[in-house]
Design a protein around this ligand. Structure first.
Ligand SMILES: [Zn+2]
Ligand SMILES: [Zn+2]
Length: 288
């Protein structure tokens, strides 16, 4: 099998705009597993449109609890449940993920109880297994190894880059982070590095559009990476391909793929992809 990365949502930040891309989520097919990485708004629709039955949910990973990465985790699981999910789904997330899930199911108590009684469904609270992880080894199972690295995303301290290794291929996700050189070592030799990216020339216009100017700009620069910095991490990692994702801004018509490329190319000469919703990247031993 060829390993595949499908970008479902490619924008950074929670806002959605007419015709624009969705917040962060991806589907990874690796080692016969279907792995959802982050659950921003639109993840359920994105998976279904990609041809995946939600009954086939298997592994879900959440990098951190910012809403553009977790807002639709509960709705995704609940929708899968109403679609007939009948096996346990494992969700790996940072500390606090269990709290989110408990409160989510509490908020849907009316619907959950009535469907169990009326439709004879299994209790969703027993079908979902939440496993909170920290830095280090997260999962080792059937030839798939998942590890996490705490990255630099203030004021969020529990934000983790993720690396997936299997005989079929390897891939790392930066999660949200300011320029963070340990990522180069963490992602050493991966086939694909999916790194978040921001373009300085777009940030001023974005800030003007969103409001709350100075504070937002401060947060963006303290907590996120420029595309050139993503290129630098890819070079340090000697990655097989760099995918710029979680784009800030993602829906500024004056910014084109060429602008992203020009910035990343300051530090990165290798294969380069600029993410967009629905983009498919094949990688790994079968794709070489
Ligand atoms: Zn984000
Ligand atoms: Zn974030």
């Amino acid at each position: 099998m060829t390993a595949q990365l499908l970008i479902l949502g490619s924008k950074g930040g929670p806002a959605i705009r007419p015709g624009g891309p969705s917040p962060t989520s991806s589907l990874l097919r690796l080692g016969g597993r279907r792995i959802v990485v982050d659950c921003g708004l639109g993840v359920a629709r994105g998976l279904v449109e990609a041809g995946m039955s939600l009954k086939d949910l298997d592994l879900i990973f959440v990098t951190h609890l910012h809403s553009d990465h977790v807002l639709e985790l509960g709705p995704l699981l609940h929708t899968a449940w109403t679609a007939g999910l009948d096996h346990p789904v494992r969700v790996f997330g940072p500390p606090g993920t269990g709290h989110y899930w408990a409160r989510f199911t509490q908020s849907l108590e009316f619907d959950i109880e009535i469907r169990i009684a009326d439709e004879g469904r299994p209790d969703i609270r027993g079908l979902v297994e939440i496993e909170e992880f920290s830095a280090g080894a997260v999962l080792e199972e059937a030839g798939l190894r998942v590890s996490a690295l705490r990255v630099d995303h203030p004021p969020v301290t529990d934000c983790f880059a993720l690396r997936f290794d299997h005989a079929e291929g390897s891939i790392a996700f930066s999660a949200d982070t300011a320029y963070f050189p340990p990522l180069g070592e963490f992602a050493k030799g991966v086939d694909v590095l999916v790194h978040e990216a921001m373009l300085a020339e777009g940030v001023d216009r974005l800030v003007a559009r969103t409001g709350n100017g100075a504070r937002l700009r401060e947060h963006l620069y303290a907590s996120h990476s420029l595309a050139s910095e993503a290129g630098s991490i890819a070079a340090q990692a000697e990655a097989g391909r760099l995918v710029l994702n979680h784009l800030i801004p993602a829906d500024d018509p004056t910014i084109t793929a060429a602008d992203w490329e020009a910035s990343a190319r300051v530090a990165w000469e290798g294969p380069l992809t600029i993410a967009s919703d629905g983009l498919l990247v094949e990688f790994g031993t079968a794709a070489r």
